[in-house]
Design a protein around this ligand. Structure first.
Ligand code: GDP
Length: 296
């Protein structure tokens, strides 16, 4: 995960960890390298610049690393703290309270929505002792219904589907009524996605949201898509004002830009990180742990 970013960050700190005398020029050079590393990791230039300006103020201001005995370590700490803040500070939980709690899952096709829905069901079952109902609301692809059914079987969760019904709003509403009658305390609604954002899809997801009034709306995005991930996140937020973001495929060769920019750009927290195709590869997103991972 983030191998290239990690390497570049390490090299940026190198000249602060050396034996030679530390000068403002050395510090400025390191900060420039950090900025370059962020831009290369697909972080938008404006965010990278603001980020490094803050680091510079901290490093040469009150914390003055020039006077520090261990300037390299202090600099890493400053960057770590800022990076944690950039990614949202504290970990944020999801709201699954209700009778039942309703989680709406949205995103582009292929982003990992269905896989995440299964993972979330397993997470809620195992970690919160809940009884989830998975709902197949992709009315365009019968294969998506089959995929969710297989996932549900693997984790021993129930699935709600109406293959003949082409109205996702009514499927979701019926599923919630079914959940009430069958003591499911949480409903996870997996929706259809398109390969790109279009009006039809946006109208549909908006209608589903207003038709079921979810306790939690999550936007799923493939972290490998870099700056596009951030643009898609913005577009979906305009339409459904979601509560949080799920970053998928963090196990792949992602450069890290999405993880580092989405909270800052959209203002919504990253809530989960998905790191594999297996169902047990879902983690609550902890900004501090992620910053530690990036900075080694
Ligand atoms: P959907 O169209 O948004 O429902 O996407 P899917 O859940 O079908 O996922 C698309 C592909 O990405 C599938 O082959 C999944 O196995 C894969 N996938 C989903 N999440 C992850 C992840 O976190 N890591 C990796 N490596 N693959 C993933």
């Amino acid at each position: 995960m983030f191998d290239s970013l990690q390497d570049k960050m390490e090299s940026a700190f190198k000249n602060l960890k050396g034996e030679g005398k530390l000068t403002e020029i050395n510090v400025a050079q390191s900060i420039k390298e950090i900025r370059r590393a962020l831009v290369a990791a697909d972080v938008n230039y404006k965010i990278a610049k603001e980020f490094t300006d803050k680091i510079k103020d901290e490093a040469l201001g009150s914390k003055n690393i020039l006077k520090s005995v261990k300037p390299g370590e202090l600099m890493v700490k400053i960057v770590m703290d800022e990076m944690t803040t950039l990614m949202g500070g504290q970990a944020t939980g999801i709201n699954v309270k209700g009778n039942p709690g309703v989680v709406l899952v949205a995103g582009l096709q292929g982003s990992g929505k269905t896989t995440f829905s299964g993972k979330l069901a397993l997470f809620l079952k195992e970690k919160k002792s809940m009884k989830p109902l998975l709902v197949a609301c992709d009315v365009y692809r019968p294969a998506a219904i089959d995929q969710l059914t297989v996932l549900a079987e693997q984790i021993g969760a129930a699935v709600y589907k109406e293959p003949e019904n082409k109205n996702p709003v009514s499927i979701a509403q019926n599923a919630i009524a079914y959940a009430k009658g069958h003591s499911h305390d949480v409903v996870i609604v997996d929706t259809a996605g398109r390969l790109a954002i279009d009006e039809v899809m946006m109208t549909e997801i908006r209608n589903i949201k207003s038709g079921i009034n979810p306790t939690e709306t999550l936007f799923v995005v493939d972290s490998m898509t870099g700056q596009d991930a951030v643009n898609t996140a913005l577009a979906f937020n305009d339409v459904i004002d979601y509560d949080g973001v799920v970053l998928t495929k963090l196990d792949g060769d992602t450069r890290g830009g999405a993880a580092l920019s989405v909270k800052y750009t959209v203002g919504k927290p990253i809530k989960f990180a998905s790191t594999g195709e297996k169902l047990n590869t879902l983690d609550v997103f902890h900004p501090e742990r992620m910053a530690q991972r990036i900075l080694g």
